[in-house]
Design a protein around this ligand. Structure first.
Ligand code: MG
Length: 382
């Protein structure tokens, strides 16, 4: 398949932080994807969640299945637009590597704990995982990914942080765009969670079909399904609706982006980067409908009292773990304790806190719960 001139071409990559010989039978971006799949952080995504805590049911999405859905959606769109499928896949599979246990509740709690030490942001943490925390290769720490994959992982970043990030931070300072593949992976993430949270929300019983039918984007697809298949069982009608929901958004994304690319006709990836705005996007109408769905999910699912009960417990668990390790780093497993000592020598208490945050952020939901019991339940073995 021929790549468009404005796609990310592996031979034009800005390269890796540590120079390496070119791979033999793979492109540079395929190598990135493979390194991500073989990482420990990737495997842990299986036991980390988005909305529901891991033990609540085997049917719900985890961060692993979410990341695979994002990759699949991004690859379909990339192929339709002649963009680099390998690069979007690598970015999509890595985009959530830095997530804490317990979804956004965990991230917010850890960010609170880290307030006086520079904060905690899952996006930056994903980058930290691939740049520093994975130790799998003899020649370097981290996965030594290409600039383009790292650029895609870092979706957003404060200006203060951007200044510390060197070449990777420049686009935030100059208000430049990332590659089209990075723009796409970001929107594929939205398509995936908006659609699968509808599905998981309905399955959990926390939201109802009746409520969802007040949302235009959902209602339009659901009405179409019922019209075409009036006798369809409810569960199957929901699946068919979710399928169409994803498809509607993908078709809109492809068509809107194609028109924008044709109009701007950027000569290459550098022209994409200096373009005044992103070139991958939804139509204004789809954006409006997508926002309505997002708002619905926030109000009725993410803030449902039962979800709030879980997230409050989750936040308390993360906070308690962080505080315990901060007060007594001797509670950390030896390799993390050693890291805390090293970082503390470099930057004092903030170094210690970063090592503790790395350890807590790396935990899966169930590991965090087990660790909590080990630390605080006197009857539990440690
Ligand atoms: Mg995501």
């Amino acid at each position: 398949m021929t790549l468009a001139s404005y796609a990310a071409h592996p031979e034009q990559s800005r390269g890796r932080r540590h120079a390496e010989a070119a791979p033999s039978y793979r492109s540079e971006f395929q190598r990135d994807r493979d390194r991500i799949i073989h990482s420990a952080a990737f495997r842990r995504l299986e036991y980390k969640t988005q909305v529901f805590v891991n033990h609540e049911g085997d049917m719900f999405r985890t961060r692993l299945t979410h990341s695979i859905e994002v990759a699949q959606i991004a690859r379909s769109v990339a192929r339709a637009l002649a963009l680099n499928e390998d690069l979007v896949e690598a970015i999509a599979l890595a985009h959530d590597l830095g997530h804490t246990p317990f979804g956004h509740a965990g991230q917010d709690a850890l960010n609170d704990c880290m307030r006086e030490f520079g904060g905690f942001e899952h996006n930056l943490q994903s980058l930290r995982v691939v740049d520093e925390l994975e130790e799998r290769y003899a020649g370097f720490v981290g996965l030594n990914l290409t600039f383009e994959t790292r650029e895609g992982i870092l979706k957003h970043c404060s200006l203060t942080k951007a200044k510390e990030l060197g070449e990777l931070g420049l686009r935030f300072l100059h208000k430049h765009q990332p590659s089209l593949e990075a723009q796409l992976a970001n929107l594929a993430d939205e398509v995936a969670y908006n659609s699968h949270d509808v599905d998981d929300g309905l399955r959990s019983g926390l939201i109802s079909l009746e409520q969802l039918n007040a949302v235009e984007l959902f209602h339009a697809q659901y009405a179409e399904v019922l019209h075409a298949h009036p006798a369809l069982a409810e569960r199957r009608a929901v699946h068919e609706t979710v399928r169409r929901l994803i498809n509607r958004q993908i078709v809109d994304l492809v068509e809107t982006s194609r028109a924008a690319l044709n109009a701007a006709s950027p000569a290459d990836i550098d022209a994409v980067r200096v373009h005044s705005e992103p070139l991958i996007g939804f139509s204004p109408e789809m954006r409006r409908q997508g926002l309505e769905l997002k708002r619905f999910l926030r109000e009725h699912l993410y803030r449902h009292f039962r979800v709030t009960r879980m997230t409050t417990k989750a936040a308390r668990t993360v906070r308690a773990l962080f505080e315990a390790f901060m007060v007594e780093p001797g509670l950390l497993p030896p390799e993390f304790a050693a890291r805390a000592t090293t970082l503390e020598h470099e930057t004092g208490k903030s170094g210690r806190s970063r090592a503790v945050a790395d350890y807590v952020a790396g935990m899966t939901d169930r590991y965090a719960i087990t660790e909590y019991h080990r630390l605080f339940d006197p009857a539990e073995s440690s």
